[in-house]
Design a protein around this ligand. Structure first.
Ligand code: VGL
Ligand code: ZN
Length: 184
């Protein structure tokens, strides 16, 4: 798909069932993400990549510590076409919910240099990093889509997922289903 990138947010072992900060049914994003990859020339991902001690762990159980198995991609994810991994939440006072806060590479310039102006966002979790990344992208002027089958929410409150979809839509993000991807 021209001028578009598939963006895979934080599909990492610690966010999957059995992980340190398991997102309910988080593993269900893997198959739709794997299917979507073939529609894109550009495939990018982010990783939550925390230091062992960070203020972020006052809010959350310890998860996705840089270099650990919990921060790795799950075996079922097709990572063969991921061209760049954006690492975020890397500092002591840095939640890094948005992939635009990555510290190893600047996501906005990465996209602009390559003429990418449309982002299709997938991954975990709908109510945190997916939401923050999609809204930041929309505010920067990108055309942003979130594929609903390819995201799952933490839902600390039962309606957090619904609220996240509404907040994203209010920011201009389009929530689509997987079968709409060929008509973008
Ligand atoms: C995330 C909570 C804490 C996410 C990261 O990737 O959505 N959520 N850290
Ligand atoms: Zn985190």
């Amino acid at each position: 798909m021209k001028n578009a990138a598939l963006f895979i947010v934080d599909v990492q072992n610690d966010f999957l069932p059995g992980g340190a900060l398991a997102v309910p049914r988080g593993d269900e994003v893997i198959e739709p993400v794997n299917r979507l990859i073939s529609s894109f020339d550009t495939v990018l991902a982010s990783k939550d990549w925390h230091p062992p001690r960070t203020l972020h762990f006052d809010q959350w159980p310890v998860h996705c510590v840089r270099g650990t198995e919990g921060a790795a991609f799950p075996p079922g994810l097709n990572i063969s076409r991921i061209q760049k991994i954006f690492l975020k939440g890397t500092g002591y006072a840095d939640d890094g919910y948005s992939a635009f806060e990555a510290t190893n590479e600047d996501l906005e310039s990465y996209l602009r240099i390559r003429g990418i102006d449309r982002l299709v966002v997938t991954g975990l979790a709908t109510d945190y990093c997916v939401k923050a990344t999609a809204i930041a992208a929309a505010r920067k002027g990108f055309e942003v889509y979130v594929v609903k089958e390819a995201v799952r929410a933490v839902n600390l409150q039962p309606d957090d997922e619904q609220k996240a979809f509404e907040e994203m839509q209010a920011a201009g993000v389009r929530i689509i289903s997987e079968n709409q991807i060929h008509r973008l």
